[in-house]
Design a protein around this ligand. Structure first.
Ligand code: NAG
Ligand code: NAG
Length: 178
């Protein structure tokens, strides 16, 4: 019994330490408008709060209402340049906000929703913001392999790409665990 307790006590701080050893942070963010009469980015910036916490702030001004959004997302992983990795999805943004019916998109949404003003239904117009968003590994259902990633999102309004937001991030697995 006593031995078990000691093992438990040893294991717990260790687990805690292992969790915090994961690095999951953004390294670059690029926002681009393809149609400046419709979408204007006022801000698209990362800010390092501490060594392993980097916050993203985006201000996007929609100068005309958006009633119809297709979100095209690709996840790439670096290996001699960025190569497609695992997922490529395309979904109706207006419908997703209503139904939240795709597992992968829900993960991204869970990471993101508290930090954004886009948690309402269509139409979207005026200033859309992401405020002090940062990545939290505890929100991932499963770790991903150590590496450098790029999440590319094309925002398609009225059937044409109008803007792109590309976010680069690093994930470093808990190596002591494997
Ligand atoms: C650019 O945005 C304006 C305003 O919404 C729109 O009328 C126009 O069709 C868009 N241009 C393209 C190429 O989609
Ligand atoms: C959207 O986010 C705001 C601020 O975090 C929150 O107060 C509001 O309840 C959210 N709305 C929905 C529909 O989730």
């Amino acid at each position: 019994m006593k031995r078990l307790l000691i093992i438990w006590m040893l294991a717990h701080p260790l687990q805690h330490y292992q969790c915090s050893a994961v690095i999951f942070k953004m390294t670059n963010a690029v926002c681009e408008s393809y149609n400046k009469t419709w979408v204007e980015f006022g801000l698209c910036r990362l800010r390092a709060v501490s060594r392993n916490k980097v916050c993203l702030n985006v201000d996007a001004n929609l100068l005309y209402p958006v009633h119809d959004v297709i979100v095209k997302a690709r996840l790439l992983k670096r290996a001699n340049g960025y190569k497609p990795w695992l997922y490529s999805v395309s979904f109706d943004g207006c419908q997703f906000i209503r139904r939240r019916n795709n597992a992968l998109i829900r993960i991204v949404w869970e990471l993101f929703k508290e930090y954004s003003t886009i948690n309402h239904t269509c139409p979207y117009v005026g200033l859309q913001q992401v405020k002090n968003f940062y990545l939290r590994s505890e929100k991932l259902p499963t770790p991903i392999p150590t590496g450098e990633y790029l999440l590319m999102i094309d925002w398609v309004f009225n059937k044409k790409p109008q803007a792109a937001t590309n976010v680069y991030f690093t994930f470093v697995e808990d190596l002591k665990d494997s």
